[in-house]
Design a protein around this ligand. Structure first.
Ligand code: SAH
Length: 246
């Protein structure tokens, strides 16, 4: 970008993010599956996505005995970050956890969650709904078996994301994992999206952010079977490095 005096300034894509613009945008979207999925609610996408996520969690359990063990001792609890109306909780996390807390700053979405889970008979799994942005959220220490972040981390600036993932690490119980399921940019450059004031990060950017956050990447897999023409979607399973070294 060029400044008025002709000098060249390199703004990183994430520096253009405005948290209030994002909230304004999402508040204007209907509190439905179609709304949170940008108009793909009535396609095969939600079913393919949810099946892929459950399969990925089960695979992580098979490959990681400590994660599997942690589901058996005590209550396997999850936290659904940027939860929207609770779609991921309803279709994925309530299938594998005893209780799910949700973080969602947009009031109409947060207000819809109870109704959404009631329909799926998943209401008894509903824990606390935190109506705040993830940049202001600190999970209770040592609490969660799974912290699931889907289609929302692009809303955070890089440094806020690193700080957030570090707080999430502290929020995991022993053996617990953070899961990230996000669009990937198709080049190595992150892209700013002014519609919802977010960035779409490249796979390389995510990996470097995970490293800065003290996370070890255990598994990464592209979600297959989604609709042609959309960004590739990748799921990552992440473990705090502290755990592996202690
Ligand atoms: N994860 C859900 C919703 C995805 S839509 C699903 O897959 O169905 C993106 C969500 O991120 C919206 O619910 C939006 O309100 C939420 N969001 C936007 N900014 C956020 C922030 N700063 N912290 C947490 N969530 C945020």
């Amino acid at each position: 970008m060029n400044s008025s005096n002709g000098a060249s300034i390199n703004f990183t894509p994430d520096s253009q993010i405005s948290y209030s613009d994002a909230i304004k945008y999402w508040s204007s979207v209907p509190p439905t599956v179609d709304g949170v999925l940008g108009g793909f609610g009535y396609t095969s996408l939600p079913v393919t996505d949810a099946r892929g996520s459950v399969t990925f969690i089960r695979k992580a359990m098979r490959r990681n005995p400590e994660f599997e063990r942690a589901s058996r001792d005590g209550d396997p609890r999850a936290c659904d970050i940027g939860a929207g109306i609770g779609r991921v909780t309803r279709d994925v996390l309530s299938q594998v956890c005893i209780k799910v807390d949700l973080v969602e700053p947009v009031e109409p979405f947060a207000d819809q969650i109870e109704q959404e889970l009631e329909k799926a008979n998943a209401l008894e799994k509903l824990g606390t709904i935190y109506k705040i942005g993830m940049q202001d959220f600190t999970p209770q220490q040592g609490h969660y078996w799974i912290i699931w972040c889907q289609w929302c981390l692009g809303q955070l600036k890089d440094l806020d994301l690193v700080a957030f993932l570090r707080r999430c690490s502290a929020g995991l119980k022993k053996g617990g994992l953070i899961f990230v399921k996000e669009n990937n940019a198709t080049t190595d450059e992150d892209e700013f999206d002014s519609t919802d004031s977010s960035v779409t990060r490249s796979d390389i950017s995510f990996r470097s952010i995970f490293q800065m956050s003290g996370l070890k990447l255990l598994m990464a897999e592209e979600q297959m079977g989604l609709i042609a023409g959309l960004y590739p979607v990748r799921t990552y399973a992440l473990q705090p490095i502290d755990y592996t070294e202690s």
